[in-house]
Design a protein around this ligand. Structure first.
Ligand code: HEM
Length: 488
């Protein structure tokens, strides 16, 4: 009797499981032969705009074929959390785009952001943690503050020499400043702004940052490669030049003076010491890790440009930040990281810029057969997390199209962020550089506005769902403030 009941239970469970799988096949657009639904994305400025539009038709989770690649798009916070947090271990892979290999010496697993999850990735993240995610009370945080302040003095002196009250191309200077902040903080090395090699490398990093934020048909249709040969060569060239610069101008000097018995003085030392101690790390890993993190400066430079563009469109935002910085510094000194707690509006402006820019979460890939929301997901399926919808969707924000830093402030004026706002993603592959972003972008923005009024110098068009602006982008007019900051 017991055996019969058990058998019945097994049969019922099996039937329910199969019925569930059969009844839940993913909705989604019907693919065309060869290209799948790539043509649908072509009709929008950003693929994420397309995903949002498709979610209105097919629901919060749908399947889409892009070329031969089977993809799933998840469009609400609950499902995004399921992928990134609850089942983070099942979705630790990254897409295998040819461009990614070209940028990282022929193997995308050299890159921290574009590799599949592995024991090596765990080690690389843990070495980077204390330097790239410095805690408020740590020595590293003090060092970020110090490096930022020193570099901004040089920046201001350079800025004064540029033509005032006329449109200028300020992006190269901002990027150079960010690059020096990074190399000083991570490698105890900085470069002269007119050093031709440094300028070239900063430009190449920015080209790569723009590149990585774009999508190309060849990512999904690799047989288009012959058409993209020139482009791919360019990517390999930029990457090789950067690598050579980092080796000859940063690492060689460091190695010559390294004392492995003393505590590391910076991130480069920490990596080199790790190389001596960990048999699983090799020379390539060290160079690529350092390169990856130094490259983070481009993200900050681009975010500052995007924020300035919003400040130009909404002059009341600039006035508010200027009031805050004047009140805190009394016009007698420069703003620093320890002022952040008393400058919530400035911090909120950066969150609002990140919300509006809506940098996409790098696609994840299923590394095993698994499920999302009860739908069967096969190993190798690419998953797009539609954080664009989380950042600009009517269901999540009031007047989402408006630039309103105050949406990130409580009634008592403290900074607050809703749980669904995850510009740096969440889970095991969350952004490692987010604290550096918050620190450096804050002092750069506050310092510029302490000294200058900023207005438009040319047309400014931002691409939706993209935190990058093109390497050659809009110009700005910087006018020394009428009310000098020393008046406070
Ligand atoms: C505007 C600035 C930035 C934004 C919006 C941003 C956002 C992101 C996002 C959304 C991811 C993907 C996480 C995922 O796939 O779940 C990511 C990954 C990553 N970010 Fe950032 N990031 C920024 C700047 C930086 C900087 C400055 C650094 C380095 C100092 C950095 C280092 C990384 C690394 C190493 C990863 C890969 C982590 C992994 O895959 O394990 N990021 N970032």
């Amino acid at each position: 009797m017991l055996a019969l009941v058990s058998l019945c239970i097994v049969v019922v469970v099996w039937w329910l499981a199969t019925a569930r799988r059969d009844s839940k096949s993913l909705p989604g657009p019907r693919p065309w032969p060869i290209i799948g639904s790539l043509h649908v994305l072509g009709g929008y400025k950003s693929p994420f705009e397309a995903f949002t539009a498709l979610s209105k038709v097919y629901g919060d989770i749908f399947g889409i074929s892009l070329g031969p690649a089977q993809c799933v798009v998840v469009n609400n916070f609950r499902l995004i959390k399921e992928v990134l947090i609850n089942k983070g271990g099942d979705f630790g892979g990254r897409p295998d785009f040819l461009r990614y290999h070209k940028l990282f010496g022929g193997d995308r697993n050299n890159s921290l952001a574009l590799c599949d999850w592995s024991a090596l990735q765990k080690t690389r993240r843990s070495i980077a943690k204390s330097y790239c995610s410095p805690r408020f009370t740590s020595l590293q945080y003090d060092r970020v503050n110090e490096v930022g302040a020193d570099e901004l003095e040089v920046f201001l002196a350079k800025l004064q020499k540029l033509p005032q009250n006329t449109p200028i191309d300020i992006k190269p200077l901002i990027l150079g400043t960010c690059a020096n902040m990074f190399t000083q903080y991570m490698c105890s090395t900085r470069f002269a702004y007119d050093d031709p090699e440094f300028r070239k490398i900063v430009r190449y990093f920015d080209e790569i940052f723009w590149e990585i934020n774009q999508g190309y048909a060849v990512d999904f249709l690799p047989w288009l490669l012959p058409i993209y040969q020139g482009h791919m060569k360019k990517l390999s060239h930029w990457a090789a030049e950067i690598r050579q610069f980092i080796l000859s101008r940063i690492i060689d000097k460091h190695r010559a003076t390294l004392d492995i018995n003393s505590p590391p003085k910076d991130f480069t030392d920490a990596l080199l010491i790790h190389l001596e101690e960990d048999p699983n790390m090799n020379w390539q890993h060290i160079i690529f890790e350092l390169e990856d993190f130094i490259g983070g400066h481009s993200a900050i430079g681009n975010l500052v440009m995007i924020t300035l563009a919003s400040v130009v469109k909404y002059p009341e935002v600039a006035e508010h930040i200027q009031k805050e910085v004047d009140a805190v510094t009394k016009g007698k000194r420069s703003p620093n990281l320890f002022d952040k707690a008393n400058m919530p509006y400035t911090e909120a402006t950066l969150w609002e810029a990140l919300r509006k820019a809506s940098s996409p979460i790098v696609p994840h890939v299923a590394t095993t057969d698994t499920e999302i929301d009860g739908y069967k997901i096969e190993k190798g399926t690419m998953v797009f997390l539609n954080n664009y919808e989380l950042n600009v969707g009517e269901d999540y924000w009031n007047n989402p199209e408006k630039f309103m830093p105050e949406r990130f402030l409580t009634h008592s004026g403290r900074v607050t962020k809703p749980g669904h706002f995850i510009p740096f993603s969440t889970g095991k592959r969350t952004c490692i550089g987010q604290r550096l972003v918050q620190c450096f972008s804050f002092i750069i923005l506050a310092t510029i506005l302490q000294h200058y009024d900023v207005s438009a110098g040319s047309e400014m068009e931002m691409k939706p769902g993209c935190v990058a602006v093109p390497p050659d982008c809009f110009k700005l007019v910087l006018t020394p403030r009428k009310t000098p900051p020393t008046s406070g």
